[in-house]
Ligand binder design. Structure first.
Ligand code: C2E
Ligand code: MG
Ligand code: MG
Length: 804
């Protein structure tokens, strides 16, 4: 082991040489011999000796104490003075450089070597301590830890490290004593801190306090308190650091964790290879998969019904927004699938070694269902669940395109219920709705899956038959539908029976667009209706004309009602046998101002369909009673005036009241008014009994018109307050040749006698018929044989006047 490296500073060359030789003989290495202050400093810098032997008086070379001071300050090397001077003033100067030894010349070599060794040992230990302190300082600095030490003796602090931002500088609490420091802390911690100043040995705190700016900060404080062995004074050392940021981060993490655990969305954390690392409770709730089930698995293996493409995950990782959102189908543990809105986010920097994805999703089944429901609502009639007009036309359009492209035929059926308005008016809308729902169901059941039925509103239904082999098949289907509709329908209080009229139009013959086909089927439906109910009809070109004509009639009727221009003709009612005119039936006639004229059968049917019959019928009743009153006032002998009443008038609910008002208004006697109601009306109107009773109580008489064409049972008649039956002219027409008709007429007459009813035969055109009917026991008659319907003036000439 070699001895230390020594630098000699000595201006006397002989002394220097001797010293060098002696030291080298003892194994030291002399790294330089210098004679001046300047040289000494230079050599010390370049050679870094272990120790410097320094003469104080360097003569022209300068002052050794000054050189020693600079070597100590700059290089922290140990210096031993070697000098002949020992007086106060020199010693004082030498002290300032904190020398490691002071040896007087002439020296004893052994003493000098011992001094050198002591100096080396002391220097080594000082260096070690210095290094340790330095390490501690750097460490506390790096960890941003500040250290303070408090001494109870003077209530003062010593401070190390970055405490200024927290506690302030010279005006801070550390300059003002322990209580000032305690006061900076939140109340909750003050007690514990004060304990340190008395008997608490150790304190570890995470506390909040006000910083130099008055802001609340979080600090971590680790302190020790003890009684100084020497004086028994209380002392404290504490390390403190600002952990506000860390506390905030921890808080954020805690909150994120709460969110993660309580979120309604399912969340899975995936590693860089998209293997599941953790899942939240919602994930398990939504999918049925626990973490144990899926840890380490790729979500494509168990969650996604369809895997994302190969580049997907990397694309998300590299994408500028580092995020993907979209709809996927997810699977549950028991294999069910549900639609989900999924988010995939890159949680870290794309190149981070410990990269993660966050996958989250919510179950959107409810949303999808609601959308489907909306879609359904938008496309379907809420009452029957059939398609609505909009959706139907859309489908029809695409079916037409298909048929046009691939050939084939397509049929459209327009279905209108007969008698629905009557049910609706008389039994109320709730019952009407119930009826429509039933019809809707029956249509659905009667159709094939490929057919589509829709409700166009009101009692109009439409069916498209997109795959039609033969046009005749349509007829079969129409029959089937008619049958289905006409089954009795149970409503809440009673059963009703309605029928339907069906119009059929075929593509491409009858129309090429949805509109034209619907129009054609509609026309055909009217044609079916006008030929009698519960029928179907195929479209023919004449029907379009009929439809146009129908519209004209309806418009004219509206105008006629406004203008009161509907006219009445009067057909005499005759007593068979005597041929006396006993009264007249009022028959509505087309206004002369609106040519060409339209037959009553036709315009009455339109008026009934459109509901115009209600105001129109009332006008005619009013006018007929006015005329009747005028005739009576003129002294004409009239037993009765007969006025026809439509089922819809009766069903309107106001009819009885209106009749009363008309009688009152015109002054025409109720006893001479006869209301003619068709047989079918009585069948359709459920509470006809009550209505008829009410009419009867006004004093009017009631006749059943066109009797024999409906299905009235005789027992029904027994309960109704009827005065007269009018045998329909279809039974009279072929008399007296048709035995069947005769048998029916005979039965009707016999029955009406037994029920005490009067009877009138309609449509008598010959003398033979009149006589024959009279012989059968019929007391009244009406027909061209006696007179066609006449103007009021012509009619009045047929009647006897009082006194004539
Ligand atoms: P209806 O009540 O049965 O009236 C009798 C119909 O038979 C009248 O036809 C009349 O002109 C016709 N007629 C009378 N005698 C003969 C005959 O000997 N031979 C033939 N072939 N026909 C004869 P019109 O005037 O065309 O009326 C048709 C139907 O229109 C009426 O049948 C009635 O149901 C209805 N109607 C007419 N006016 C009104 C009205 O003001 N209100 C309502 N609700 N219906 C009316
Ligand atoms: Mg009549
Ligand atoms: Mg009649």
């Amino acid at each position: 082991m070699s001895e230390a490296r020594v630098q000699i500073v000595e201006d006397e060359r002989i002394v220097a040489l001797d010293l060098k030789t002696s030291l080298e003989a003892l194994g030291f290495t002399v790294v330089g011999v210098c004679a001046s202050e300047q040289d000494a400093l230079e050599t010390a810098r370049t050679q870094s000796p272990d120790v410097v032997l320094m003469d104080i008086n360097l003569g022209v070379g300068g002052d050794g104490t000054r050189a020693a001071r600079r070597i100590h300050e700059e290089l922290a090397l140990p210096v031993i003075f070697l000098t002949a001077y020992a007086e106060q003033e020199t010693l004082a100067r030498a002290q300032q450089s904190l020398p490691y030894g002071y040896v007087l010349k002439p020296y004893e070599l052994r003493e000098l070597v011992a001094t050198i060794r002591m100096a080396l040992v002391r220097h080594a230990s000082e260096r070690a301590r210095y290094r340790a302190e330095e390490r501690l300082r750097l460490a506390t600095e790096a960890a941003a830890i500040g250290v303070w030490e408090w001494d109870a003796a003077n209530d003062r602090f010593e401070v190390e490290g970055p405490l200024e931002p927290l506690l302030g500088g010279e005006d801070g609490p550390l300059a003002r004593g322990f209580e000032a420091l305690v006061g900076r802390f939140h109340e909750a911690y003050r007690e514990a801190l004060r304990g340190l100043a008395t008997d608490l040995d150790e304190l570890h705190l995470r506390a909040s306090m006000n910083d130099a700016e008055g802001e609340t900060r979080n600090v971590e404080l680790n302190a020790r308190g003890w009684h100084d062995a020497a004086g028994g004074r209380r002392r404290i050392v504490a390390a403190m650091r600002d952990v506000t940021e860390r506390t905030r981060d921890e808080q954020r993490l805690r909150m994120a964790d709460v969110v993660y655990r309580t979120l309604s969305e399912g969340v899975a954390i995936l590693d860089a290879h998209q293997h599941v690392q953790s899942v939240n409770p919602a994930f398990t709730r939504l999918t049925g998969f626990s973490l144990e089930d899926v840890k380490g698995l790729h979500p494509d293996r168990f969650l996604h019904q369809q895997a994302h493409g190969p580049g997907f995950w990397d694309a998300v990782r590299r994408a500028p927004e580092r995020h993907w959102q979209g709809e996927v189908r997810c699977l549950t543990a028991n294999g069910q699938s549900f639609p989900a809105l999924q988010h995939v986010s890159a949680a870290d920097d794309a190149d981070a070694p410990d990269f993660h994805y966050v996958l989250s999703f919510s179950d959107i089944s409810d949303l999808r269902e609601a959308q489907a429901q909306l879609q359904h609502l938008a496309h379907h009639d809420p009452l029957t669940g059939l398609a609505n007009r909009h959706f139907f036309v859309e489908r029809l359009d695409s079916e037409l395109q298909r048929v046009e492209r691939y050939g084939g035929q397509l049929a459209l059926m327009f279905i209108d219920l007969d008698g629905f308005k009557l049910v609706n008016d008389s039994l109320g809308h709730a019952e009407g709705d119930r009826l429509l729902r039933t019809i809707g169901n029956r249509l659905r059941q009667a159709l094939r899956r490929s057919d589509l039925a829709a409700r166009f509103g009101g009692d109009e239904f439409v069916v498209v038959v997109p795959m039609l082999e033969h046009v005749e098949d349509c007829a079969t289907l129409a029959e089937k539908l008619l049958q289905a509709v006409s089954e009795p329908i149970p409503l809440s209080t009673q059963r009703v029976t309605v029928s339907a009229s069906i119009g059929i139009a075929v593509f491409p013959e009858n129309g090429k667009t949805p509109e034209s086909l619907i129009q054609a089927a509609d026309s055909a439906m009217y044609s079916a209706k006008s030929r009698g109910r519960s029928r179907y009809a195929f479209y023919s070109s004449g029907m379009a004309r009929a439809a146009v004509e129908r519209m004209r009639i309806e418009q004219c009727l509206r105008r006629a009602i406004l203008e009161h221009s509907m006219r009445i003709q009067w057909q005499p009612l005759v007593a068979l046998g005597s041929n006396r005119v006993t009264g007249f039936e009022a028959l509505a006639r087309w206004p002369a101002s609106m040519p060409p004229a339209v037959d009553p059968d036709r315009f009455i049917a339109v008026a009934e369909d459109s509901g115009l019959i209600v105001p129109l019928g009332l006008q005619i009743l009013h006018e007929a009673c006015t005329q009747g009153a005028a005739w009576l006032a003129a002294g004409m002998q009239i037993d009765r005036i007969a006025v026809n009443v439509s089922a819809r008038q009766l069903a309107s609910g106001r009819f009885v009241q209106e009749v009363g008002a008309v009688l009152q208004d015109t002054g025409y006697p109720a006893s001479r008014l006869e209301l003619e109601i068709t047989e079918s009306t009585i069948q359709v109107i459920e509470d006809s009994q009550r209505q008829l009773d009410a009419l009867k109580s006004l004093g009017v008489s009631l006749a059943i018109d066109d009797f024999g064409t409906g299905f009235s049972s005789l027992s029904l008649l027994k309960h109704l307050p009827i005065d007269r039956l009018k045998i329909d002219r279809s039974f009279v027409r072929d008399m007296p040749h048709d035995d069947n008709d005769i048998a029916i007429a005979r039965a009707i007459i016999a029955m009406s006698h037994s029920l005490g009813l009067q009877i009138t035969a309609e449509g008598i055109e010959t003398e033979t018929q009149a006589r024959f009917l009279h012989e059968l026991g019929c007391d009244g008659g009406q027909g061209f044989h006696f007179s066609r319907p006449l103007s009021a003036q012509d009619a009045s000439s047929l009647v006897d006047r009082k006194g004539h």
